[in-house]
Design a protein around this ligand. Structure first.
Ligand code: ZN
Length: 163
């Protein structure tokens, strides 16, 4: 059985087998080690655990509860974006306001004079790079969230297929 996807995350099959206890000891260790540092797989595994309980729940409860689960995992991801965006925004504000520089005063130099236009340009280029890097990270996060949403959809289908 394939334990890991090409992207280095645990496969759906690995997580399901871990849940049902159908992994040998080495695979279980590998899975547990990955789950200890990978939030994404931990979230997927938690969803599987919660859905496992739902299988015995009355049929009428399932769609509603699954929708709630999907909503909750999306909200968890949204909260993480919000935190990341706030942190990045704050860093930009502090940095462009010169707070970082002011925190480390250079006593050997006379008081700083306002930077000339030429001195500022590398700073702007640096800020552009920072914003671009931030956008790349956010895109990665959005892809992850989208993938999780799809996975949840697939899990829902699996449950219905099993009945
Ligand atoms: Zn992972």
């Amino acid at each position: 059985m394939e334990m890991f996807n090409n992207d280095g995350h645990l496969t759906e099959q690995a997580l399901q087998s871990l849940n049902t206890g159908h992994l040998d000891e080495l695979c279980r260790l590998e899975a547990a080690e990955h789950l200890s540092f990978c939030d994404e797989c931990l979230l997927r595994y938690t969803a599987i655990l919660e859905q496992g309980e739902l299988i015995t729940a009355p049929d009428t409860l399932k769609p509603k509860t699954l929708a709630e689960l999907r909503r909750r995992s999306l909200r968890l991801f949204s909260n993480r974006y919000a935190t990341a965006i706030a942190a990045a925004g704050l860093a930009l504000v502090l940095w462009s306001g010169g707070v970082f520089g002011a925190l480390i005063p250079d006593k050997t130099q006379p008081p700083p004079t306002p930077p000339s236009q030429q001195e500022q340009e590398p700073l702007f280029a640096e800020a552009d790079k920072l914003v671009k890097t931030m956008n790349d990270h956010l895109n990665e996060l959005l892809k992850l969230a989208h993938k999780t949403e799809q996975d949840n959809g697939n899990n829902q289908n699996n449950i219905y297929n099993r009945e």
